[in-house]
Design a protein around this ligand. Structure first.
Ligand SMILES: Cc1cc2nc3c(=O)[nH]c(=O)nc-3n(C[C@H](O)[C@H](O)[C@H](O)COP(=O)(O)O)c2cc1C
Length: 158
């Protein structure tokens, strides 16, 4: 099995978890980046995304410079935005063929996960979505027990 960590992070929480897994397990890691960066005004972003929440919005993302055929497992990290995955991750799932791969998602959030994991499944009908974990933050402070996260990290390969 060869996993890769693929994530998007606006404010750093998802990046922090992704990099922790990378350091612990040594898996390759790649960040999804929108071509046009989001506003740095947090409240503006929250309001803007609320207005688009029911549209299953897509955004242009930078091409990823990796050959996905080298990996059979994707550890997929997204923040939760308005009860679902972020547009950069939705775009990634739509743009790349992940058929036959295992997807292990983690979603950082403030306590309202919504339909994030079901929506990821919906966008990857030919993949196996397994072992999803919700990781809670209070702003930039990790709330979910690190032991729970470590246990999950160790189980990815089982
Ligand atoms: C536009 C926007 C919408 C959000 N919507 C939710 C939400 O629906 N549920 C929730 O629990 N947290 C929500 N949050 C909080 C983020 O999910 C949380 O802070 C996450 O850890 C941020 O990850 P990041 O630092 O990697 O960007 C939202 C944040 C933003 C910016």
């Amino acid at each position: 099995m060869r996993p890769i960590i693929i994530y998007y992070s606006y404010g750093g929480n998802t990046k922090r978890i992704a990099e922790d897994i990378h350091e612990k397990k040594g898996y390759d890691i790649t960040e999804i980046k929108p071509v046009v960066p989001y506003t740095s005004d947090y409240q503006k972003l929250v309001d803007l995304e609320e207005s688009k929440m029911s549209q299953e919005e897509l955004v242009e993302i930078e091409p990823i410079n990796i050959d996905l055929s080298n990996y059979d497992t994707i550890i997929l990290g997204t923040p939760v935005w308005w009860y679902t995955m972020t547009p950069p991750i939705r775009t990634f799932l739509k743009k790349y063929d992940l058929s036959g791969k295992k997807i292990v998602p983690f979603a950082t959030n403030g306590g309202w996960l919504g339909t994030t994991f079901d929506d990821i499944k919906k966008y990857t009908p030919n993949s196996e979505v397994e072992k999803p974990i919700s990781i809670k933050f209070n702003e930039n402070t990790l709330v979910t027990n690190t032991e729970e996260i470590n246990k999950w990290t160790n189980e990815i390969e089982l």
